[in-house]
Design a protein around this ligand. Structure first.
Ligand SMILES: [Fe+2]
Ligand SMILES: [Fe+2]
Length: 164
């Protein structure tokens, strides 16, 4: 198993690719909706595994501020996803909301990669980082199997940021 920073960074690029594909799909609202749903399923599983496995495991004085900010950014991403899920892809607000989701996801990934991941690489031993990646991967696969539409997981999580 790869270690957790490599594992999550790869997922960041994959989700960004999917979201940008949806943004670029200008002339086919139905296709755009399908692309958004696919991205939202992946993003939901990614966020859940960070909140349930990674963040609690690396919670420490040194990471507290970064994790708190990350959780607020997750909340914002979830709200945008839930808004988009309720919208007709032909609605005039669908495209701007989708663009904001893509931009915010990219910004959030950048912050994790610049602020959090270097700390993990320095402070968490390789074997523990490998164990965390395996645990997160198992959780994502389990949730993916349980739910036909993993994106729906975030529907009940838009009132406040998750606590870790
Ligand atoms: Fe995150
Ligand atoms: Fe992430």
């Amino acid at each position: 198993m790869v270690e957790v920073v490599t594992y999550l960074t790869k997922q960041h690029r994959e989700v960004e690719g999917m979201l940008n594909k949806a943004v670029d799909c200008k002339n086919d609202p139905q296709k755009r909706l399908e692309l958004f749903k696919e991205a939202a399923d992946h993003l939901a599983l990614h966020l859940e595994s960070e909140e349930q496995v990674l963040f609690p495991a690396v919670k420490a004085a040194k990471t507290k501020d970064i994790l708190m900010e990350s959780l607020e950014e997750h909340l914002s991403l979830k709200r945008l996803m839930v808004d988009l899920m309720a919208l007709d892809p032909k609605d005039e607000t669908f495209e701007p909301k989708l663009k904001v989701l893509a931009e915010q996801a990219e910004h959030h990934h950048g912050e994790e990669e610049e602020d959090l991941f270097p700390k993990l690489k320095k402070g968490v031993p390789q074997d523990e980082r490998e164990r965390l990646a395996a645990e997160m991967d198992a959780l994502q696969k389990r949730m993916d199997k349980q739910k036909a539409q993993p994106r729906n997981i975030v529907k009940g999580e838009t009132d406040a940021a998750a606590t870790i």
